[in-house]
Design a protein around this ligand. Sequence first.
Ligand SMILES: *Cc1c(COP(=O)(O)O)cnc(C)c1O
Length: 380
Amino acid sequence: MKIPFNKPCLAGQEVAYAKEAILSLRHCGNQHYTDLCKKWFREKMGMKNVFFTPSCTDAMEMGTLLFDLKPGDEVILPSYTFSSTANAIVLRGAKPVFCEVKTNTMNIDVDKIESLITSKTKVIMPIDYAGIPCEIDRINHIAKRHSLFVMLDAAQSLGSRYQGKPTGLHSHLAAFSMHETKNVSCGEGGCLVVNEPSLVQKAHFVQEKGTDRSLVLSGVKSKYWWIELGSSFLLSNISAAVLLAQLEYMDFIIEKRKKVTSSYVNLYSSYADRGCLAIPHYPKDVQINHHAFFVIFDKMENRELFLARLREKDVNAYIGYMPLHSSPMGRRFGYHPEDLPITEDASQRIVRLPFYTALADEGLDFCIASMRSVLKSIYD
Ligand SMILES: *Cc1c(COP(=O)(O)O)cnc(C)c1O
């Protein structure tokens, strides 16, 4: 039996909805299925202004355009994130300023943000690693004190909750991903949640290639002009149809994935108690969407042993992100690996375990048994 690292799931109605979208002969963005996805976000998540984009990457690039980020500006983000978070900054000519993480969640270490703020800082971009919400209220507090914007890279946390409310509701902007590797997917897709009222109108313009076409569609104007810097940030109606089928199924997806987290916690906590490794800490005021599970081994050598022996059993775990600050691009911004020792060290000992919705139905016992025997061979 082979356990892949990830596998997309089918909710059931994807083909029917996509067929309907195709046959409707309305294939471009902001059509019927986008409206239904918007309705879902409004009713289910309480998010009023959601812009569906071809990816979370695009959503964040839309966000930095909305913030009017410019050369000379600085943005604080964790080094332990996907390249997209940093690209959104660098594409505007601004400078990424990398912050350490706290290894119990692998989210940004909020205590270290303020010392990175300069007169050039304009935005803070935290992420919700593995679907665990970051400490967004403390981040907002700091941002408010220094008049900064906050955009949350919520790529992994759709369906998670922070202090009882869905993630994505707490910051000026938040970006979700519906990539095939995430809980809810339409292949490639994403959305930008605009909570800051003063940015909503501009978001319509930026999404539509920098034009005020939205005002023509709503009957306010008779012709549209190029009025802003923008791009094509629209999800097609066909992708939105697939997305709707998955959104409607989100609660079931999370419920199934919960079983995977429980099995992992069950297996790994005894090793955590013995100090062999560390498992994620779930703060009291959060509810997770069971997106992923990570383990931080005591030593890099043990991580390598674990990965190799698991691979022999056809179970595919993964080493996670290479820190951005020590990557070739990070070095171009003057960073050295030793600048963020905590991130550097954790990234050499962390493993992301296989995690997908169907694993709950098939393969979980095999996966756990394989891991149990590998852990025994290393630690017992
Ligand atoms: C997946 C992911 C992205 C990219 O999402 P896309 O939809 O593929 O653009 C960005 N940031 C984080 C933290 C992610 O996990």
